[in-house]
Design a protein around this ligand. Structure first.
Ligand code: ZN
Length: 448
């Protein structure tokens, strides 16, 4: 049995099946670090109020050292039909919340900081919704979104489970970097490979220890490198399950894209776990508006999935964009934008102006399309070619090829052969390091 060969059967059912079949041989290929011991012997996860700060006085060196459940294990909560949730070597009782940890196995002992995995396992059965953030270590809005969503859930009122991983790329986060220490983009290596590069191994570990237990996934991102995004979903709308998922987020703009090869979103979707990316704001900073919108979106989705019974009011639905383009600066200088994020623009409307501070020559950047500003650069010094405005294009669906590859070619046709498609920042989760090509990994080619 391949660990990634999941079916559409409920994850909870899967966990039950796993729990009843402890004798699965751990072959070389599927030797997830989960202990081979029978699941019945798994320590129960401590029931905690996630909002309570973790006491700092008690050093808690390793997962194994975590104390066993302090309370005597009660029978499943009186209303509970949900079985325990087995994750990361722990058994989480229905109607409780806990803080587990995931640690990619291949790091130096002592150098890998375990990543917290927050779990709220509802008293009643239902889907397992997963939230992941900071795959890019400098994207902190998502960290706060996970915190607000998870801490607000009352386990007794929840049907199903919510798993929140606020900082997937802990090494990048600690260095304030988008990337892993070797400059690799973790979000290009899913579902990973246990014998591959460090990035591929981390991806493999995370996918197999956490992601495969999700029945739906929200991967939280922001714009990259001094750009900010209107809160929006990126989703492969040609996939029915993904399309259904996107209908639950309230009035949130949706941009169709299949996602680049190796992204967590695409890998999960390809393995039958419908997944979307939420893009909200820019990196490095906390942006209250983007966070608040996203938290409300996720809570609305939980209601849509029948996990909670709390309705939220939204205005009119936001449009779906099936196509988008990046508009680049053609001259270098200081960019001063004339538009705001989310603004509707006409064709040939001025998006901003690049002013050369040496010559005082001003060059306007015009929108080649009618549409909406889905993402944009902050005012800053730009080089010629800098992708400054991401425009969602107004066009009826029937005029657009939905089967188009996910990474829209973001350059006019006459330039395409000169510029590799990978330079397109059209999708944050598609983006390569276009700002710092000289810093890109030099040993990139690997068969991961
Ligand atoms: Zn990102």
């Amino acid at each position: 049995m391949s660990i990634i060969a999941r079916t559409d059967a409920s994850i909870l059912l899967l966990t039950v099946l796993l729990a009843r079949a402890p004798a699965i041989p751990a072959t070389e290929e599927e030797s997830a670090p989960a202990p081979a011991a029978s699941v019945e012997q798994l320590p129960q996860a401590e029931s905690v109020d996630l909002e309570d700060p973790v006491p700092v006085a008690e050093p808690e060196p390793a997962v194994e050292a975590a104390p066993p459940a302090v309370e005597p294990a009660p029978p499943a909560a009186e209303t509970a039909a949900a079985p325990p949730l087995v994750l990361l070597g722990r058994e989480v009782r229905p109607g409780t919340a806990t803080r587990l940890s995931w640690s990619p196995a291949q790091s130096f002992e002592g150098l890998a900081s375990p990543t917290p995995v927050l779990v709220v396992h509802g008293a009643k059965p239902g889907p397992v919704l997963c939230l992941t953030a900071a795959l890019h270590g400098d994207e902190i809005n998502g960290i706060e979104i996970v915190r607000r969503v998870l801490y607000a859930i009352e386990p007794q009122d929840l049907s199903g489970s919510v798993i929140g991983v606020p900082i997937v790329n802990m090494q990048g986060f600690q260095r304030g970097s988008r990337y892993l220490p070797d400059r690799r983009d973790l979000n290009r290596y899913f579902p990973g490979y246990e014998k591959g590069s460090a990035a591929a191994r981390i991806a493999h570990s995370f996918f197999n220890e956490v992601i495969q237990y999700c029945s739906a996934l929200i991967d939280l991102h922001t714009g990259s490198f001094d750009r900010t995004n209107l809160p929006q979903l990126r989703a492969d709308l040609s996939n029915q399950a993904v399309l259904d998922l996107t209908q639950g987020f309230g009035a949130t703009t949706i941009l169709h894209s299949a996602g680049a090869e190796g992204t967590l979103r695409r890998s999960a979707t390809e393995r039958g776990i419908p997944a979307v990316t939420v893009e909200a704001g820019g990196p490095v900073r906390l942006q209250e508006d983007a966070i608040r919108h996203s938290v409300k979106s996720v809570k609305t989705l939980m209601n849509h999935l029948g996990m909670v019974d709390t309705r939220r009011n939204w205005g009119a639905r936001e449009p779906v964009y099936y196509e988008s383009r990046w508009v680049r600066a053609d001259s270098g200088g200081i960019l001063q934008s004339a538009v705001k994020l989310g603004e509707r623009v006409d064709q040939d409307e001025r998006l901003g102006t690049v002013i050369n501070p040496i010559t005082n020559v001003s060059t306007d950047i015009l929108s080649p399309f009618p549409g909406r500003v889905l993402g944009m650069a902050y005012d800053q010094v730009v080089m010629p070619g800098y992708a400054a405005y991401h425009i969602g294009i107004n066009a009826p669906l029937e005029e657009l090829p939905i089967e188009e590859p996910d990474a829209p070619v973001d350059t006019p046709p006459e330039q395409t052969e000169a510029e590799p498609a990978t330079e397109s920042p059209a999708d944050d989760d598609v983006e390569e390091d276009l700002q710092a090509p000289q810093e890109a990994p030099v040993d990139e080619p690997e068969f991961d």
